[in-house]
Design a binder for this molecule. Structure first.
Ligand SMILES: Nc1nc2c(c(=O)[nH]1)N=C([C@H](O)[C@H](O)COP(=O)(O)OP(=O)(O)OP(=O)(O)O)CN2
Ligand SMILES: [Zn+2]
Length: 117
């Protein structure tokens, strides 16, 4: 088994009533691909093949108010991770988990959405 990942960030505003009012973050997303290594290249998934779809998800999220996005009315870390999972995983069976985090290094908070075993 081998695991490869692709990261992206997006800037977005959100609120999570009653816990937080309107504010913004840089969100960091890491998409992990897991599988048997390709016999020649050693990868579980060719990043060139998955990048266009990941990029399109990033564009949907970047510089938005997350609460307004269909399916993200409650944009907790967990719901954002599940939303990204639902957009990407059906097209890439090698995706094993997706991590979403926010906040500066050393003070970040995040969550990981896993493929069901
Ligand atoms: N498991 C989770 N718990 C909580 C979440 C979450 O997404 N997952 N979110 C919240 C609220 O959004 C909370 O108010 C966090 O606000 P936020 O500003 O996004 O994060 P911080 O409070 O850490 O930001 P600071 O500006 O540094 O205070 C609650 N629980
Ligand atoms: Zn927040």
């Amino acid at each position: 088994m081998v695991e490869t990942y692709k990261e992206f960030t997006f800037e977005a505003a959100h609120q999570l009533q009653p816990f937080s009012g309107l504010h913004g973050h840089t969100f960091r997303v890491r998409v992990h691909f897991k599988g048997s290594p390709d016999a020649v290249f050693g990868w579980p998934a060719n990043l060139y093949e998955v990048e266009p779809r990941i990029s399109s998800v990033q564009k949907v999220l970047d510089h938005t108010y997350l609460n307004d996005i269909d399916g993200l009315a409650v944009p907790s870390l967990e719901n954002v991770a599940k939303w990204i999972w639902d957009k990407l995983a059906p097209h890439s069976p090698q995706i094993d988990r997706i991590t979403v985090s926010r906040g500066p290094d050393g003070q970040a908070e995040g969550c990981t959405y896993w493929r069901n075993p």
